[in-house]
Design a binder for this molecule. Structure first.
Ligand code: SF4
Length: 681
């Protein structure tokens, strides 16, 4: 008799800290249904279109089911099936024929759809002595870097925001990446909270706001400095907090005297009086929380400055450590709590420090171009989509001897550059864990893998065995590895949490030591353990020690190109969404948002076929003429092929300052692009 089973799991995407619960039904090793898990305390039954579409991974004719070996030249996109043994032999031979430091591991979101892949990749890289990089440098690292210099990396929870905030600034935050915030914003408004959305375009977040302020991209630091100016000029600051919890206030107060609202108005495009009104509301209608964007607002030439300047504002008005104040939920950040155990502590790094290519996009791109990598693993990543200056990256890839892609579907990088493509398991075919700000959730294995797909753990273990990498996987099986990750979480009896125990509790676990309000006791993440208006670390590394705004350099092209998220896509996942029918229907072609006046100047009508070009390259799209974006700026959803052929890979932070914030490299490239847009001839 065939039995239908119901399993509780999590969405495979990593919107982090948003992670949504799923309930799936399987029958005869087939997924029968998938819906939101009503009992999940974080997502409360919600699944966005991306989460719902993930059921289309299974029995999908486009899915990779067997290892594929390239035939013909790279980029011809001609493949033949090969056995796993042959695939392993190709990889092992290529690694043995070069030096370990010429082997690189680049991981994307697809490498951790079950939430536990990243540590395995790190162990594989460290025991092998291979190059590996922190993938946050294509995403949230620059925001973290700026916040880290001030010392405010921890966030308060969405529950605290909903219950206690009177003013909420959604500053560059998008609900496309954090839809779970929406019900909590609604709740906050019911309690009387006033919400301001600050961004370069109107987005889903604007619908939850009482007021929307559109500003020029890259001008957020100028707005924050002007707000600091108004706070101090009007005596709205919290002297007691400043004296007890901060460092460098006098220098900061002198410094911000120059940054008047009139000065910021010229830069941001926001009227000076509105800046004053915003500041007065923020400083007096407290508790006031800032919910900061995760990634897009930091993608520019001086991308570390906005988070650095903005994070000084709660300190000026004494809002850190206050319920409903401080900084709210942010991609790449978490509240105070214990998370996973460090499962890398027993490893001795085999790559000599001097041989390591740092987590710094410009340095990585240069190393590729200089032919310093012979073997590259692309683990759940479409590097030609995620890295800036994709043309230069592609030239670097062409110099490598073996490129191995591991994914569910083909993608642009695999088609154009890979030699070997390994079929990945989907989340329901593996066991895993996901953590939100507040909880840890078990992801049970529900299906046996389709075709010859293998889990990342299986592949890395098989390769480690063939490469004699002792101590790569010291656990008996995947469940034992997950138990090791859970070891820091203690149950009521003091015993460590285990998979078996999680199962007994329905797969949900509230993290130990969870604080809904961050920094109740201060202890900020700086050398002084105080909020650092003046950062000696920045000073020593040649950066401005005080929060700053630097104007962009003039460019030869008239329109500033920006990219970001929408609810209907997850970067370039699933072959730019085109492999899943639901997402393909919602994303028929790249659309470029352009302001009506900019479109009119170029005789571009809504829906017209256009070319976006600059000195680095070009790509094609359709025009979406809208005043939801500010004049002089064009915007597009990220992940489309070609977008990063026009963006710059020049550095934001010099190498000497790359590692001054522990655990958060400053190695994001600028992603800047000034472009011209024309009707297609
Ligand atoms: S927001 Fe959507 S894609 Fe992200 S975790 Fe939730 S369901 Fe998945």
């Amino acid at each position: 008799m065939i039995v239908k089973r119901q399993i509780t799991t999590m969405c495979p995407m990593n919107c982090t800290p948003t992670q949504c619960g799923m309930t799936v039904e399987v029958e005869d090793n087939r997924l029968v249904s998938l819906k939101g898990d009503q009992n999940n305390p974080d997502s409360r039954g919600f699944l966005c279109i991306r989460g719902r579409a993930s059921q289309e991974i299974f029995a999908n004719p486009k899915r990779l089911l067997h290892p594929l070996r390239r035939v013909g030249e790279r980029g011809e996109n001609r493949w033949e099936p090969c056995s796993w043994d042959d695939a392993y032999t190709m990889i092992v031979d290529a690694i043995k024929q070069t030096q370990p430091e010429r082997v690189g591991l680049w991981r994307g979101h697809g490498g951790s759809t079950t939430g536990v892949g990243s540590n395995l990749i790190s162990r594989f890289g460290s025991t092998g002595g291979y190059q590996q990089w922190i993938s946050a440098i294509v995403c949230w690292a620059m925001g973290g870097y700026g916040l880290g210099l001030t010392g405010a990396l921890k966030t308060s929870t969405k529950y605290d925001m909903a219950a206690n905030s009177r003013t909420i600034l959604l500053w560059g935050a998008t609900l496309a990446s954090q839809p779970d915030l929406a019900p909590h914003l609604i709740e906050a408004r019911k309690h009387g909270a006033y919400i301001v959305h600050i961004d370069t375009r109107r987005s889903e977040a604007s619908r939850h706001a009482d007021e929307v302020l559109l500003l020029q991209p890259g001008s957020d630091a100028a707005l924050a400095l002007a707000m600091a100016h108004v706070i101090l000029q009007e005596g709205l600051h919290d002297q007691a907090f400043i004296e007890q919890q901060t460092l460098g206030f006098e220098q900061f107060a002198d410094h911000v005297q120059q940054y008047t609202p009139e000065w910021a108005s010229e830069i941001t495009g926001i009227d000076a009086e509105r800046i004053r009104d915003l500041t007065r509301r923020y400083a007096t209608q407290t508790p006031a929380m800032i919910v900061l964007g995760g990634s897009s607002m930091f993608k520019h030439q001086h991308g570390w400055e906005p988070a650095r300047a903005i994070s000084c504002l709660p300190a000026l008005i004494g809002q850190y450590g206050v319920a409903g104040g401080g900084l709210g939920q942010r991609h790449g950040a978490s509240p105070e709590s214990s998370g996973y155990a460090n499962v890398l502590s027993d490893i001795t790094e085999q790559l000599p420090r001097g041989a390591a290519i740092p987590s710094h996009m410009t340095a990585i791109s240069e190393a590729f171009s200089a032919g310093r990598i012979d073997v590259l693993f692309l683990l759940g990543s479409n590097i030609l989509s995620s890295f800036s200056d994709a043309n230069e990256i592609e030239r670097g890839l062409a110099k490598m001897k073996l490129i191995v892609a591991y994914d569910l579907f083909m993608n642009e990088s695999a088609r154009r550059s890979a030699d070997l493509v390994l079929p990945a398991t989907a989340w329901l075919e593996d066991i895993g864990l996901k953590q939100t700000g507040t909880h840890i959730y078990l992801m049970e294995r529900a299906l046996t893998p389709e075709g010859e797909c293998r889990t990342l753990s299986t592949i890395l273990r098989d390769l480690a065995e063939r490469l004699d990498l002792a101590n790569f996987f010291p656990w008996q099986d995947d469940e034992a590895y997950i138990n090791a990750l859970l070891a820091t979480q203690k149950t009521e009896t003091g015993e460590p949490l285990t998979v078996a125990e999680l199962r007994k509790r329905g797969g949900y676990w509230q993290k130990n030591g969870l604080a809904h309000v961050a920094y109740r006791k201060g202890n900020f993440q700086t050398p002084s353990r105080k909020i650092e208006f003046w950062s000696e670390r920045a000073h020593q590394a040649g950066l401005s020690p005080l929060p700053s705004y630097t104007a962009p350099q003039g460019e030869a092209y008239p329109l500033r190109f920006c990219q970001g998220r929408t609810l209907t896509a997850f970067h370039s996942f699933f072959d730019e969404g085109q492999a899943l029918p639901t997402l393909a229907k919602a994303n028929t072609e790249p659309l470029l948002w352009i302001h009506p006046r900019d479109a009119q100047k170029r005789n571009i009508a809504n829906g017209a076929a256009i070319v976006i070009a600059n000195e680095r390259g070009q790509f094609e799209a359709k025009a979406h003429v809208t005043d939801d974006v500010v004049q002089g700026v064009v915007w597009m959803r990220d992940g489309w092929s070609g977008i990063n052929r026009v963006t710059s890979s020049s550095q934001i932070i010099p190498l000497v300052a790359n590692d001054i914030v522990p655990g958060i490299p400053g190695g994001q490239a600028t992603y800047d692009a000034w472009v011209e847009v024309q009707q297609m001839q």
